[in-house]
Design a binder for this molecule. Sequence first.
Ligand code: B4P
Length: 188
Amino acid sequence: MSKRIVLLGAPGAGKGTQAVGIQERLGVPHISTGDMLRAAVAAGTPIGLQAKAVMEAGELVGDELVIGITRERLVQDDCKTGFILDGFPRTRGQAEALDALLADLGAPLDCCLALTVDIEEIVPRLLKRAEIEGRADDNEESIRKRMREYEEKTAPLLDHYRAHGLIIEVSGMGTIDEVATRIGEALA
Ligand code: B4P
């Protein structure tokens, strides 16, 4: 079964949600750049101070910063048996940096799991999360901006991974359990 996985999908596609189940099934760490950045913002670290306004506006944090924190995380011991990367890479520069790092480590990706959803489904999902969690970037303006960032900068990575024969596409529509079942079948 695949153990070094990139999860790709639009904001609200269910990456963070499904990564938790995949982590339990495969026993490898779930690495979310969004979670790492939110933790840095909450702790008021220099990285957090740089990222805060950018994230709230729904824009992407700079490549150099995000590549740096991801590289630091991927070289830790618990990633030797694999990992689920959630929310990274999001740009071509990040994808190339990841390819180079994994080549250095002699640990190439097993697959890129792409969660596909209809845009109309996403906005209500994220607005619902706004009510529950109060995340600063889950307002309609920021959500629309994040969608545009995804279409322009992240969706082209599907072709990058397709060219390497690594893409597994799974529909992210339906209930969380239905999507989890599909992912389990796709990764088996
Ligand atoms: P992320 O934290 O990655 O946020 P996200 O794209 O909204 O996805 P997330 O994983 O949290 O949500 P999910 O789809 O699981 O990024 C936030 C910000 O951080 C970015 O905008 C950017 O500023 C910055 N950032 C992060 N990584 C970066 C990088 N590499 N480079 C630059 N900047 C970076 O779920 C969403 C909601 O839908 C949840 O409430 C969930 O319960 C619900 N849901 C999920 N599946 C569902 C289903 N099947 N049915 C109904 N609801 C469902």
